[in-house]
Design a protein around this ligand. Sequence first.
Ligand code: HEC
Length: 113
Amino acid sequence: MKLELVVIGFVFATSAAASRAAAQAPDGKALYEENCRKCHGVIGNPPKTMKEKYPKIATFNMAFITSRTDDSVVTILTHGKGDNMKSFKDKLKPDEMMAVAKYVRELGSKPHP
Ligand code: HEC
């Protein structure tokens, strides 16, 4: 009985800590949907209209992530690339860029139909 209470207490304590951490870390998925999805697509496959408009647009797939790190994506976000991939340095804070970069690489690691 006493052990059960200890276990329950532990579960409450850890889930409270986890939700505090989640509240502090920027939400990469939400930031992606707000800032990137329009051009790069929900799962990192740019929609056809965007591919026609921007032939060089990146698809976030396995080939993409094997040649990029979180840091190299952050560099792109800081400086932009080409004429259409704008810099996000005025829109996203450094920790937000890192969260988006991680999310982009997570998308890339998922299967693309
Ligand atoms: C207006 C459309 C548009 C939006 C919005 C956009 N991108 Fe891009 N992105 C592009 C285009 C076009 C390219 C290809 C640039 C080139 O290679 O010339 C690109 C390229 C990239 C690349 C690949 C660069 C490389 O390493 O070759 C990354 C990473 C990237 N975008 C991430 C993002 C992220 C993350 C966001 C949201 C914060 C975002 N993009 C928002 C159009 C967009």
